[in-house]
Design a binder for this molecule. Structure first.
Ligand SMILES: [Zn+2]
Length: 658
């Protein structure tokens, strides 16, 4: 079944990302609808090689998406590979992704994009490093010892990213899978038990498994009961003074070894110390602490059967658990490469950007229930990074060909980091620009271009330069796509940083979907044929921006510093696309526990005004949100079942960083 935009909107306003604030332009025709359904277009949800025959036509499939789509697809599949760990700033995964991006920039013949030091004119490096505040805990000191014998950090144990900074010496208690309530009445805890009080709780990762090491509760991998964050909370709530996680012996999961501190930030930071022990170290320890000297495998079997709840172990076996973590800054890089222009325009610039970071294991910018799970970020934003990389090659080829105009601007291609944290990478660049602002013609942003449906594309920033819409019109028409043109240069992605700096912007975006910021944003769900159409359009626009008369910025610059992608408060509604001519913001969904939910805003409401100011679209609402602090009270007028109602809404904070 074809999923429409309307039914798949899942984003939440206030999260800094590519999706929430795109509203349709009010003064343009809905689109240059050609009314044609292009044969061969695939719906992303059923995109896969034809499996009906014994000999699937792979060659035919690849031919259909064309050479650009082929290359793009390979980039997306690579960048969304688990090896890249969801590309959270500070992780090994994003460091690998940065190397990947730099490799392909060099491969396309781009020169280094940045000077080594701010203010220098010579460009010698592809990296623009910057610091990110408090985005991940780092271990300063740690120890796990049993009596006098100390375990080895990194080999026998690691400190969990959710650990508090504390040191305790206490006996152990076994807590099974630490599942409060699982399938069929399963629980790891008995009511009113004091078993964990003052003890270090030992618990299994995941959930009960069968003899094959596979979940008893889920056909595929693990059920929601396996999530680590609620387990840690349940143990702390029951008085544990420390926690030790261990992988159940023989569980069938690639994550059998020790995590790293960076990848084990499950939920909110605890106040008690938390560690993961290797299976071997825990096996030895639990045998020593158990009066009956049971092995870890035996304990596991009991927990699998639901035959055991919490059990205090020998008081004589005292374990010391010590962890000291800081949430200092972490370093990350924008990646940039330059394609040199020529002739009289060589010192002017076009910027093509895309963010290459994502939310890693979902410890920020994701549904709390998915914390600890890998978020591959194929559409968000391996897709845009891949499109940008494809463009380095296309533009480079064009500049090297006879058909290139004599006078052409230089192009700075950039892959931004830390977009998901709050547009930090692009804002770092605009606050520490490596080019003179007057020399920049425009910035083109590619964020989430991998899931085209019905040949529809949202283009933002169409009103960010004088006459831009008319300039763009023939290119839009030539694309054969249905363009949803949004005049605003704002929006929750990197182009907003450039728009705030007074630079004309254009953002290309194929829409939100049900796995937006979810672990399901996999490489195999994207639409390569659609992406190649986006790239073709972006290429045509960038060629124009590189050679035609310079645009003149139109719009409001930041000034107050409030026009930024990141809002301190969050309303908690998913906005829908307004019908043409319709005023207000249609509420597609309301998230539990948010400002909107508590004020009584419901699905289907149309938000009309904000403290008396008309809301023309979701973009307006973002602007309002950016001006508020948690605790502010706002009067929102809305229409429900044909009646206008006014509600008092108390603004709650958006998800904290890191
Ligand atoms: Zn995102």
């Amino acid at each position: 079944m074809l999923l429409t935009l309307r039914s798949t909107l899942t984003t939440l306003l206030g999260a800094a990302c590519a999706v929430s604030a795109i509203a349709m332009a009010q003064d343009s025709e809905p689109a240059h609808k050609k009314g044609t359904i292009i044969e061969g277009t695939v719906n992303i949800y059923d995109y896969s090689p034809d499996e009906t025959g014994t000999d699937p036509d792979i060659a035919g499939q690849l031919a259909a998406i064309g050479p650009v789509g082929q290359q793009w697809y390979q980039h997306v599949m690579t960048l969304s590979n688990p090896y890249f760990e969801g590309r959270a700033p500070g992780s090994d995964g994003i460091a690998a992704a940065a190397n990947y991006v730099e490799f392909w920039m060099r491969h396309a013949g781009l020169e280094p994009g940045f000077p080594a030091k701010e203010g220098e004119s010579e460009r010698t490096t592809y990296r623009q490093p910057f610091e990110l505040p408090g985005a991940g805990p780092k271990v300063v000191d740690s120890a796990v010892s049993i009596g006098d014998s100390a375990l080895k950090s990194g080999q026998d144990y690691i400190v969990l990213g959710s650990s508090g900074s504390a040191s305790v010496t206490a006996p152990l208690a076994f807590a099974g899978y630490a599942i409060e309530s699982g399938r069929d009445g399963y629980t790891s805890f008995k009511d009113d038990s004091e078993d964990l009080k003052g003890r270090i709780a030992v618990f299994f990762r995941y959930e009960p498994i069968n003899q094959e090491g596979v979940s008893r509760w889920s056909e595929r991998r693990w059920s929601e009961h396996s999530a680590a964050a609620p387990k840690l909370e349940a143990l702390a709530k029951r008085g544990a003074v420390g926690v030790i996680m261990v992988t159940p012996p023989d569980a069938r999961d690639a994550r059998r070894g020790l995590e790293s501190t960076a990848t084990s930030r499950f939920g909110d930071r605890l106040t008690i110390p938390a560690a993961q022990l290797s299976i071997e170290a825990m096996d030895a320890l639990i045998q020593q602490a158990d009066p009956n000297a049971r092995t870890l495998a035996e304990w596991r079997q009991q927990a699998d059967e639901g035959a055991v709840t919490t059990v205090p172990l020998k008081d004589s076996v005292q374990v010391t658990l010590k962890a000291e973590l800081t949430t200092g800054t972490i370093s990350t890089d924008n990646i940039g490469g330059v394609l040199r222009g020529a002739g009289s325009l060589a010192d002017e610039w076009v910027i093509v950007g895309s963010h290459y970071d994502h939310v890693g294991f979902g410890n920020y910018g994701a549904d709390p229930r998915n914390r600890g799970k890998l978020h591959p970020g194929a559409d968000d934003n391996a897709s845009g990074t891949a499109a940008m990389l494809c463009m380095t090659k296309l533009m480079s080829d064009w500049y090297g060909s006879d058909s290139a105009p004599k006078d052409r601007r230089s192009v700075l291609f950039m892959a931004f980091s830390a977009e998901e944290v709050g547009l930090d990478g692009s804002r770092h660049w605009t606050e520490h620009p490596t080019l003179k602002q007057e020399s920049i013609n425009a910035m083109v942003n590619l964020d989430m271009v991998g899931r085209m449906r019905n040949d529809e594309l949202v283009v933002g920033g169409v009103g960010s330069a004088k006459g831009f819409k008319d300039w763009l019109r023939p290119r839009f028409e030539e694309s054969g796509l249905t363009i949803r043109a949004d005049l605003s240069g704002r929006g929750p992605s990197d182009h907003a940083s450039f728009y705030s700096a007074g630079i004309p912007v254009l953002s290309l975006f194929t829409g939100v979907h049900d796995v937006y910021h979810k672990p399901g944003d996999h490489g195999w769900t994207v639409n390569p044929g659609g992406a190649s159409k986006v790239i073709t359009l972006a290429e045509s626009i960038t060629k124009g921006l590189a050679s035609e008369p310079k645009l003149e910025f139109e719009g409001k610059t930041a000034g107050s510093g409030q026009d930024r992608g990141y809002a301190k408060v969050r309303l908690g509604v998913s906005p829908g696309y307004a019908e043409t001519g319709q005023q207000g913001v249609v509420v597609e969904a309301v998230s539990d526990g948010t400002s909107a939910a508590e004020a009584g805003i419901k699905k289907g409401d149309v938000l009309l005004s904000w403290n008396g100011e008309l809301l023309e679209g979701a973009g307006d609402m973002m602007d309002h949100l950016r001006k508020h602090a948690p605790g502010d009270k706002v009067k929102i007028k809305l229409r429900r079942d044909g009646k206008d109602i006014e509600l008092d809404v108390t603004m709650k904070a958006s998800k904290p960083r890191g």
